[in-house]
Design a protein around this ligand. Structure first.
Ligand SMILES: Cc1cc2nc3c(=O)[nH]c(=O)nc-3n(C[C@H](O)[C@H](O)[C@H](O)COP(=O)(O)OP(=O)(O)OC[C@H]3O[C@@H](n4cnc5c(N)ncnc54)[C@H](O)[C@@H]3O)c2cc1C
Length: 327
């Protein structure tokens, strides 16, 4: 691994960059699964991050950017290459506008806005992870998503720092332009909110957090929902006809409906389990492996495909699997 040694030396020379060779990625994922990365590097400095990115690109080694690791499945073999993380977490406001660095914790942003009586993010309460990844995947819950409040996104496209307005971000359900441009790194986002009563917002977000903590206990090693829900308009007529109207919410059929129909609840392989109360929730009991996790996911997809001729799409992102799309 002479190449990695050289890369390591070049990364170590970048001021403000923390560089860890052989870092176990299980420590950086909520699933608590994943082998070591050749190199893990993090910084809260945009300049250092850009310098690290250039070293990574010039090295010819693979690299990947992660946030809080709450939506990742990392291979048991880890990642052959460089894992980068941008950790700047400033959150600033001016009137109804708020700017948040992408390394800020989404919940901190929600709390920040709620405490200032700024309405618009309270239903995102309890979604784990960072602001940057929330923009990347257009995170949302309770019928709302972050896209509704994003005014601009500041990102690095590999050559320049650029700013996109909301339209250019091409937000859709759990999608954005950033998912299609894996080399674009989000640095910060500006959001526009509305003045409202802080105590009402606090009640909404507090109630949501309580419900979420019941469904996803804070210590649960998981990624929330494994599969994306499905827009009714995207379903083939034959499939849509088999979905009872009562399960459709905000124009979407929960993936859990199809999963439940194929007996997913309570499925177990090794120490990987499908929750017995939620067919789209898979967790690691503590000794689970990525291999078993992927096998369960593959089995569930195959069952749904066989019964409904429908391919479920993962919401989780894969790291370190040569046969899976790069996150
Ligand atoms: C218990 C639980 C409940 C959840 N509930 C919800 C929910 O209700 N709604 C929902 O939408 N999600 C939910 N999720 C999924 C997860 O919280 C979101 O996907 C979250 O946005 C991921 O944030 P992260 O920082 O952990 O990102 P990571 O998991 O580290 O990364 C996710 C993706 O974002 C990319 N990324 C990260 N940072 C950047 C950046 N700065 N620039 C460009 N790309 C970047 C990564 O490359 C990766 O592809 C849940 C997860 C858990 C564990």
């Amino acid at each position: 691994m002479v190449h990695t040694e050289e890369t390591l030396a070049r990364l170590a020379a970048i001021p403000d960059l923390t560089v860890l060779p052989g870092a176990p990625l299980s420590r950086y994922t909520r699933f608590a699964i994943g082998g070591a990365a050749d190199i893990y590097a993090e910084t809260s400095s945009a300049e250092a991050f850009i310098a690290a990115l250039h070293v990574a690109r010039e090295s010819g080694e693979a690299y990947v950017v992660i946030g809080g690791g709450t939506n990742l499945i990392v291979s048991d073999e880890g990642f052959r290459g460089i894992v980068l993380r941008f950790t700047a977490r400033r959150i600033l406001s001016a009137g109804e506008r708020v700017v948040a660095d992408s390394g800020a914790v989404l919940q901190d942003l929600v709390d920040f806005t709620v405490e200032r009586g700024l309405k618009g993010l309270e239903t995102l309460a309890g979604i784990p992870g960072s602001v940057g990844a929330a923009v990347y995947g257009n995170a949302g819950a309770y019928g709302h998503s972050i896209a509704e409040r994003v005014r601009t996104v500041r990102f690095y496209d590999g050559r320049d720092v650029r700013i996109f307005d909301n339209e250019a971000c091409e937000f859709h359900y759990r999608e954005s332009v950033f998912k299609r441009h894996k080399d674009w790194i989000i640095f910060s986002t500006e959001l526009v909110l509305e003045n409202a009563d802080a105590s009402e917002l606090r009640k909404i977000s507090g109630d949501i957090v309580n419900v979420r903590n019941e469904k996803f206990p804070v210590t649960m090693k998981c990624a929330g929902s494994i599969f994306k829900n499905l827009l009714v308009t995207d379903l083939a007529d034959g499939v849509a006809a088999r979905v009872p109207a009562r399960v459709i919410r905000e124009g979407k059929v929960p993936a859990a409906f199809f999963l439940e129909e194929v007996g997913a609840k309570g499925m177990t392989r090794g120490d990987i389990h499908v929750a017995n109360y939620h067919a789209n929730l898979i967790y690691n009991g503590g000794a689970g492996t990525a291999a078993d996790l992927r096998a369960v996911i593959a089995e569930l997809k195959a069952r749904v495909e066989q019964k409904f001729s429908l391919t479920l799409e993962e919401e989780v992102q894969y790291v370190g699997f040569p046969d899976a799309p790069r996150p």
